[in-house]
Design a protein around this ligand. Sequence first.
Ligand code: UDX
Ligand code: UDX
Ligand code: ADP
Length: 463
Amino acid sequence: MIKNICCIGAGYVGGPTMAVIAQKCPHIKVTVVDLNEKRIAAWNDKDVNNIPIYEPGLSEVVAEARGRNLFFSTEVDKAIDEADMIFISVNTPTKTYGVGKGMAADLKYIELCARQIARVAKNDKIVVEKSTLPVRTASAIKDILEHTGNGVNFQILSNPEFLAEGTAIEDLFAPDRVLIGGDTTPEGQKAIQALVDIYANWVPKDRILTTNVWSSELSKLTANAFLAQRVSSINALSELCEKTGADVNEVARAIGMDSRIGSKFLKSSVGFGGSCFQKDILNLVYIAKSYGLNEVADYWEQVIIMNDHQKRRFAKNIIKTLYNTVSGKKIAFLGWAFKKDTNDTRESAAIYVADDLLSEQAAVAVYDPKVGEEQIQFDLNYLETRSESENQKGVQVMTNAYDACKNAHAIAVLTEWDEFKTQDWQKIYDNMLKPAFVFDGRNILNKEELEKIGFIYQGIGSR
Ligand code: UDX
Ligand code: UDX
Ligand code: ADP
């Protein structure tokens, strides 16, 4: 029976997942550790609304379990030493250097964790991969752990996370399935059972799936590749709809009613973002190539190519519609996060659209209910397209939609936040330059209503 869990990495995956495990299993002590002191301090903030991750329902779960059996700490070694089970939930960004640059996952944080566990562990441990990892990472971790020479036995499990940001708590409370991969040996099966028993505290048994390690690792990449492919597929059709006069929303509805296709993940948009889709597909492509499977690699790479095209053509269309120049024109961005109900901006389409418009000398004004100036500047600076001072000059960040849209030539909706639907659109219109354009990159606004006010409205995938 597991009594003591340690999770390395207090991010978007580790934080919410451990909070829910602690809430559902009061008999297990859960310690989440991170090297980032600021992040840990925020998780421990007396005011539970100041935790570093915005997720509906998360602060309530943290409030209930924190200090009882949920702890946040920077003492990594101590937590590893005390734990029977260690989750690795550190980030695995795409490599920005060397072999596999821009494609392969950077495993240096994972390797550091494995070496740290190897150094510190004095008794047998179950190590659980929670981060999304390329297939066969478990075997690399195993290699490192088994060569420490201190006689400790390790079992490595793969337990990929399927939660989506913005609905993380719902997804953790009632997952479609929990996937656990482990060794086929008796010791491996015992380790699998230990983790099954934890989830069984709240997840129905028939939703807990066990497989071998490789199937589990590959399933995570495949699930994200299939989801992203649906978005790219409908986005590819959106461009054709704009040319032909078909309406992508009507098409999505019509095909989604076919039970073999299903209605979810068919929302045409300015392009998918988030920390997973692009990274996981690039990973899949890289793995396929490394086995010489070029057709397989090209097939999946097309999903990314389509997504890049969708972001780029959104920016291009704004420029073209504003009489082929946005130089010196104020463009208001509603939304910066990669989807609603999260403060995460990783790979958000907004970053790339802003980058293109800034290169055309537009003045961008952003309002996002959960993302502030520091993050927005960080995201743009990360691209290294221009100097930090130029980004600073080019982008203003506002605390409400009305200020962002004041004196703007055009509005671009980049994130589908609910509050954008219920703004006083007449008031926004009155304070804009005319003609006043709206480019709805999420198809969330009411076209007829906006046109009645006087806006020139363009959604995605319809004329
Ligand atoms: C298809 C559409 O399903 C139908 O809605 C449309 O009206 C006509 O085209 P059909 O070609 O008769 O129907 O058969 P379908 O069941 O779709 O199978 C098409 C091919 O895909 C078959 O060769 C089938 O063996 C193959 N297939 C289907 C797979 O290889 N794997 C699957 O999971 C499903
Ligand atoms: C995804 C997977 O859904 C989750 O299972 C996995 O664990 C992590 O990656 P996440 O990235 O948090 O989750 O969000 P998701 O809801 O999948 O959306 C990803 C992107 O696709 C967002 O930018 C979203 O706006 C976009 N999207 C999604 C669309 O443009 N249209 C859709 O129909 C659905
Ligand atoms: P994810 O979305 O995968 O959760 P995040 O970047 O939000 O990714 O979180 C990963 C966390 O892991 C970060 O807070 C980072 O500081 C932490 N981390 C990375 N490497 C280590 C390590 N060796 N020891 C402890 N924490 C680490």
